[in-house]
Unconditional design. Structure first.
Length: 148
């Protein structure tokens, strides 16, 4: 449960994005972008900060997440383990990025490529999750921060 804007607990929720340690920086940025949009479309509306921010010149800016967003890295097999652990918690909103997303173009191509694979055979290049901090720490707390 979230609180109104004036009383929310900044550390009550967070987003973690876990990337494969073998992914090159340009691909990692692409993965983060896609996962961010997928997750952003599904998180509760009150997870976002103010809709608009206005600077001293009167220029309006879009608000951003009012909770931390942490980018982490892991070996590919550890990404699968984290995903399996995250799926146990119904409180989490989860997005994943299987490698098929790199070599398909149209969404229908991606749907077909995934339909032809068993989940156990998917190679995940990244996952993102949003939820209560204590659960996020349980699932993602042992991973290092991502760096280029």
């Amino acid at each position: 449960m979230h609180l109104d804007d004036d009383q929310y607990n900044y550390r009550g929720f967070k987003t973690n994005i876990l990337l494969s340690s073998g992914v090159e920086p340009p691909i990692a940025l692409n993965i983060v972008g896609h996962l961010g949009i997928a997750l952003g479309a599904r998180v509760p509306q009150d997870s976002l900060g103010k809709e608009r921010l206005v600077d001293g010149s009167g220029v309006r800016h879009l608000g951003i997440s009012k909770y931390p967003v942490i980018i982490l890295k892991a070996r590919p097999r550890k990404i699968r383990t984290a995903l399996e652990r995250a799926r146990v918690y119904p409180e989490l909103i989860i997005a994943d990025y299987p490698e098929q997303m790199l070599w398909t173009g149209h969404d229908d191509e991606l749907a077909q490529a995934l339909a032809e694979q068993h989940e156990a055979d998917l190679n995940y290049l990244g996952i993102a999750a949003y939820g209560p901090t204590e659960i996020m720490t349980e699932v993602f707390g042992r991973f290092s921060l991502w760096n280029a």
